[in-house]
Design a protein around this ligand. Structure first.
Ligand code: PLP
Length: 404
């Protein structure tokens, strides 16, 4: 029956993480996986999240199936977090939101929805992008292409090339854009660039699909949702409110990776469309996994909805963001001291959990083999894996391989 089944090639990042676990060198440093570690190198349990969970557990509530679209309190809080409470799109009931199994689950439900309801549309992702984007959309039967994004010569955004490419793709194409803290490069659009891009997307009748996996890790919760709010306020070519989708995650911002908490929101031109879109998202969920899990979503809803927990969480998130920025500064200073002729300013202008280092695969291999420093072979470094005990060693090892 299964003789013909081929082996799974494995996920390159997860396999690298397994290699790291097997590495017995005591000074080994893991900067490959996309997880935030604290200064002691541990995955934090946020105090706000711990207290919210204690409240959820203390309720001793039964665990019925959730509705297909997820818990109402979770969905309301997510909408307010993304769009800002009282946003016109929310008041006008134009947003169809489902609670999803991580933002990955939301991205895939959205991809299935596009495959069914925009047949013939193809998807465009940034070059480079999070590897799984391509797999997910292809898994939904959609063709995937890429648009220029990262300029290796400057370590910055190729905005003109990006816009030029988007001017040429067919109407109704889906354009996947990282709303902030781009994975893997750390290179983001400025607000001025979003303001220039959105009319182009509208004019060309493209469907923006935002991935917001790192809200709060860039500049702040509202600032990092700039693209969501600007798109929600924009008008399409026909003068009606613009349609777009956004998948968001609490894996990183609440350090809740394994609870799989995320959502998919599809913003529609009017409330009637949103009812039908929500219905079709539910249909997709129903025939895949029926309904989302209850526990993690209730923790998220408590953190977002109870003012005291919310304030505490925002402070903890700000501390994570500031710690990453501090690590960027030390890495930049260490490298600049070793190689003063070289410009490492991109470590300071890139934001979020990742940076593209500019190291080639051979240099990444040397880092791992000679210095036990683990990066993804593309040269992606997880800045959130740096801490006061390993950042200088990392900078010195990087300088050594860049020099050789
Ligand atoms: N999108 C991006 C850009 C990511 O980096 C990740 C996780 O690394 C995800 C989505 C998926 O996150 P999750 O499914 O844990 O919400």
């Amino acid at each position: 029956m299964f003789e013909h089944v081929e082996p799974f090639a494995g996920d390159p990042i997860l396999s690298l993480n397994e290699d790291f676990q097997k590495d017995s060198r005591p000074h080994r440093i893991n900067l490959s996986i996309g997880i935030y570690f604290d200064d002691a190198g541990r995955i934090p349990v946020l105090d706000s999240v711990r207290r919210a969970e204690a409240k959820v557990v203390a309720r001793n509530a039964p665990k019925p199936y959730l509705p297909i679209e997820g818990a109402a309190n979770f969905r309301e809080q997510v909408q307010a977090l993304l769009f800002g409470a009282g946003h016109e799109a929310l008041a006008g009931k134009r947003v169809a939101t489902i609670q999803s199994v991580g933002s990955s689950g939301g991205l895939k439900v959205g991809a299935d929805f596009i495959a069914r309801w925009l047949p013939g549309s193809e998807v465009w992702v940034s070059d480079p992008s999070w590897e799984n984007h391509r797999s997910m959309f292809e898994g939904a039967g959609l063709a995937v292409h890429s648009y220029p994004y990262y300029d290796p010569a400057t370590g910055a955004l190729s905005f003109e090339a990006m816009c030029d490419a988007l001017r040429r793709i067919p109407a109704k194409s889906v354009v996947l854009i990282h709303a902030c803290c781009h994975n893997p490069t750390g290179v983001d659009l400025s607000t001025a660039q979003w303001d220039a891009l959105i009319p182009l997307l509208a004019e060309r009748e493209l469907l923006p699909y935002l991935d917001l996996a790192y809200q709060g890790f860039g500049t702040g919760l509202a600032e990092d949702a700039y693209a969501v709010r600007a798109l929600a306020a924009a008008r399409g070519k026909d003068g009606r409110p613009m349609s777009f989708a956004v998948a968001n995650s609490f894996s990183k911002s609440m350090s809740l990776y394994g609870e799989r908490c995320g959502a998919l929101s599809v913003v529609c031109a009017d409330a009637g469309e949103a009812v039908n879109v929500l219905g079709q998202l539910k249909f997709t969920v129903r025939r895949n996994y029926s309904s989302p899990p209850i526990h993690g979503g209730q923790i998220v809803a408590a953190v977002l909805g109870e003012p005291e927990l919310r304030t505490a969480w925002e402070a903890e998130l700000a501390a994570m963001r500031e710690r990453i920025k501090a690590m960027r500064k030390v890495l930049h200073a260490t490298l600049t001291a070793k190689m003063p002729a070289r410009d490492f300013g991109y470590f300071l202008s890139q934001q979020g959990m990742f940076s593209y280092t500019g190291l080639d695969p051979r240099q990444v291999d040397r880092l791992r083999e000679e210095f036990a420093v683990y990066l993804v072979r593309s040269g992606r470094l997880c800045v959130a894996g740096l801490n006061s005990g390993n950042v200088e060693a990392t900078g010195l090892a990087m300088a050594a391989v860049l020099d050789g």
